[in-house]
Design a protein around this ligand. Structure first.
Ligand SMILES: C[S@@+](CC[C@H](N)C(=O)[O-])C[C@H]1O[C@@H](n2cnc3c(N)ncnc32)[C@H](O)[C@@H]1O
Length: 294
């Protein structure tokens, strides 16, 4: 990580990726197309970076966020002065249709999904998203108030075949099987440190911490990330006006495969600039898929 991105990751907000490309793709930053008052749904509000930029460019935003902590931060950031142009609500994008209707955003100019979790999740010292704070409980729920199942529950309750399937969303079958076998022989597992210990000595991708991909697989499972994405894409397309844009920023191949399944045609793929990757290392795996509704 370079000095600049270290400095920004120490900040109080998530470092948003590809803001310029998002605004261009929504036709908000191109004067020829500027449409003040365009209705945009930010389905993964996070700490509000994209929403703030869209509101500044003249858009009206419905922001949806599953995590109450992130929603609080975004609300303070966007502030009452811009409240008229935006509605920020707690909810899961799997309910996007109902949330959009309830807020009069039922036929919109654009919808943005910036997938995954925010930098702040990895810095939260209570929730078990990060392998660097190993005494945390393995929790990983985006909204602990309504989600009953923690990452540790999955490790302690699923059978070996189910565990192999869980890790298989991100790792090869053999890698997943080995991890599942080790879990079965050492569980119960409650802390991040216990998971890290059982992964010791297992083959893993060079340059990556051995816990990175297994923890990603667990997070995906706890929050039904891939199932939610799979289900929401056709619904989101249904909410767009003719000519409306669906923007999805992916960070790994599991997400890409789902997006590509729906977006073969009428899709443009953009990647971050060299300068952005230098500034924010997390952006290096980002891909922005832009789909235009017929
Ligand atoms: C990468 S961050 C988005 C950052 C945001 N675009 C910004 O600029 O600050 C992804 C956010 O989506 C939220 N999220 C993930 N899955 C969600 C879901 N199914 N419904 C609503 N929010 C979700 C996460 O809690 C996280 O805050």
């Amino acid at each position: 990580m370079n000095k600049q991105s270290l400095a920004s990751s120490a900040g109080k907000y998530h470092e948003s990726v590809m803001i310029k490309e998002v605004l261009e793709s929504l036709h908000l930053s191109n004067r020829l197309h500027l449409k003040t008052g365009s209705q945009i749904i930010d389905a993964t509000l996070g700490t509000g970076g994209h929403t703030e930029a869209i509101v500044k460019a003249g858009g009206k935003v419905l922001g949806i966020e599953a995590d109450p902590k992130m929603l609080d931060i975004a609300k303070k950031r966007i502030g009452p002065s811009k409240a008229e142009a935006s509605k920020l609500v707690l909810g899961n994008f799997s309910n996007i249709e109902q949330i959009a209707k309830d807020n009069n955003f039922a036929e919109v100019d654009g919808i943005l999904f910036d997938l995954g979790v925010s930098n702040l999740h990895f810095k939260d010292d209570e929730r078990g998203f990060s392998f660097s704070d190993s005494e945390q409980d393995l929790d990983m729920r985006l909204n602990p108030e309504i989600q009953g199942v923690k990452a540790s529950d999955l490790l302690n309750v699923l059978d070996q075949t189910q565990l192999t399937q869980l890790f298989g969303k991100v790792l090869s079958h053999n890698e997943s099987k080995r991890i599942a076998g080790r879990i079965m022989s050492v569980r119960p597992i409650n802390k991040v440190s216990e998971l890290i210990k059982l992964l010791e000595g297992l083959p893993h991708k060079e340059k990556l911490n051995p816990a990175t991909l297994p923890m990603l697989a667990l997070r995906i499972a706890v929050n039904s990330e891939l199932d939610n994405l799979n289900e929401v894409i056709p619904t989101a397309i249904g909410l767009l006006k003719k000519g409306g844009k669906l923007l999805i920023i992916t960070f790994h191949s599991g997400e890409e495969k789902i997006v590509q399944k729906y977006m073969e045609k009428r899709t443009k793929i953009r990647i971050p600039s060299y300068q952005e990757i230098n500034r924010n290392v997390r952006s290096r795996s980002a891909k922005l898929y832009v789909y235009t509704k017929n």
